[in-house]
Design a protein around this ligand. Structure first.
Ligand SMILES: Nc1ncnc2c1ncn2[C@@H]1O[C@H](COP(=O)(O)OP(=O)(O)OP(=O)(O)O)[C@@H](O)[C@H]1O
Ligand SMILES: [Mg+2]
Length: 231
């Protein structure tokens, strides 16, 4: 197969996430840990990159997926600053739908953060990317083997090696905190830091946004819900 490499998009120097060109169309080429291509195949596009091809060499597997033309939420906020209340609600709801649909497919993303949501420039849809660390929950599998995730966006129970579908909801609450403040949330790996996070949330001026974040970031995973209200 013929392709040209345009650039490496990974911020991790040990990772390769290549933006490539095949017949005038852009794609992403990255190492495949098998889970990621399985998940992309299962999700089959919609608000996730569609799997284009698997490539197997002797040692390593790669995957090629669609490139989503747009801007990540982290870059979007860096360029535009924190968002107003109605824009946050609109974007947060689209992010939530991406996560909700994972649950139907028994998938926990495990690395929800602003740079993994792409706001598409063609239709303003939100796409969720990077299933490198994700998990397909099955009865045979142990729930959490290792702790991967991004500081500030990782749910507190994960530091105790517990993982639930609702762990992704906590991360979504942390993403919404970033949309509202332009600041990354603090790491929440114990009760004391959790209380500090709650204090920071209390300083957000919109009551509806505070409530939205608070309901997503309960310490108890089973209490977490996505709920918008308009007062
Ligand atoms: N399918 C895609 N469509 C559009 N942009 C993408 C796609 N995949 C990756 N990117 C861009 O490349 C960046 C890095 O990709 P990815 O998160 O998969 O790599 P990574 O090595 O995990 O990097 P990081 O440690 O920053 O998460 C993303 O934040 C995103 O901006
Ligand atoms: Mg990533």
């Amino acid at each position: 197969m013929n392709f040209q490499v345009l650039k490496n998009l990974s911020t991790n120097p040990r990772n390769l996430v290549l933006l490539i060109n095949i017949k005038d169309k852009k794609y992403i080429l990255k190492k495949d840990n098998r889970i990621e291509s399985t998940i992309l195949e299962k999700l089959n596009g919609n608000n996730y990159p569609k799997l284009f091809k698997r490539i197997k060499t002797n040692k390593t597997s790669f995957l090629i997926e669609d490139y989503i033309d747009g801007i990540s939420l982290s870059r979007f906020i860096k360029e535009n600053g924190p968002l107003d209340y109605s824009k946050i609600q609109e974007i947060a709801f689209k992010c939530y739908l991406c996560i909700k649909n994972l649950r139907k497919n028994n998938i926990i993303h495990k690395d929800i953060k602003p740079s993994h949501f792409i706001l598409s420039s063609t239709n303003q849809e939100i796409f969720l990317i990077d299933f490198d660390n994700s998990l397909i929950k099955s009865f045979e599998e142990p729930f959490e083997i290792d702790l991967f995730g991004t500081k500030g966006y990782t749910a507190p129970e994960r530091y105790q090696k517990e993982l639930y579908f609702e762990s992704d909801l906590f991360s979504l609450g942390a993403v919404i905190y970033f949309l509202a403040t332009g600041k990354h949330p603090p790491e929440v790996n114990n009760k004391r830091k959790f209380i500090y996070f709650k204090y920071l949330i209390s300083k957000i001026s919109s009551k509806s946004i505070r409530q939205l974040i608070n309901k997503l970031t309960y310490y108890n995973p089973k209490k977490r819900i996505f709920s918008l209200n308009n007062n």
